[in-house]
Design a protein around this ligand. Structure first.
Ligand code: FES
Length: 167
């Protein structure tokens, strides 16, 4: 009887010890993951005006790709090339521009601009967008997203935001 009680005590102690160590380990591993998952819910991403070039760099009627960094103004040294992204910019007239997101609204692949047929083409699943960004065909559920554009002191700037994508 006495031996059984000692064994039970050891078993209970071992169980409590393992549960405690396991719990602490789970908290150490789990808290950063919970922070990454829930963090965006509590910190609204900032919209930022991105300088993409001088107004004289763009010809009226042409659509060209412009590149910029996500973290412009808040450089993350560890980001490397992953912080580079792009948009499609069209000069409509004088100081009127349209900037299209480079991401397909289906699953986010980068779309290509084909100047001759004046369409955007997604290489992943074949979505086609008209020159104004509306859907011409394929699985894409909505037009290409556009960014606000402004011209300041002869420089073209686009205001970028996170892109909601359909899943
Ligand atoms: S991601 Fe473009 S068609 Fe699927």
């Amino acid at each position: 009887m006495n031996i059984t009680r000692k064994l039970m005590t050891r078993e209970v102690f071992a169980g409590l010890f393992l549960a405690t160590v396991g719990g602490i380990g789970s908290i150490i591993v789990g808290l950063p993951i919970i922070g990454v998952v829930l963090g965006p819910l509590f910190t609204a991403p900032k919209d930022v005006w991105r300088d993409v070039g001088a107004i004289s760099d763009f010809k009226v009627g042409e659509t060209v790709q412009v590149k910029y960094n996500y973290n412009q103004g808040e450089v993350q040294q560890w980001s490397g090339t992953t912080q580079e992204t792009a948009a499609w910019l069209r000069r409509n007239s004088g100081t009127s521009f349209t900037a299209f997101a480079v991401y397909c609204t289906h699953l986010g692949c980068p779309v290509h601009w084909l100047a001759a047929p004046r369409i955007f083409l997604c290489p992943c699943h074949g979505s086609v967008f008209n020159g104004d960004g509306t859907v011409a065909g394929g699985p894409a559920p909505r037009p290409l997203f556009t960014y606000p554009v402004r011209v300041q002191s002869g420089r073209v700037q686009i205001k970028t935001q996170p892109q909601p994508l359909s899943l």
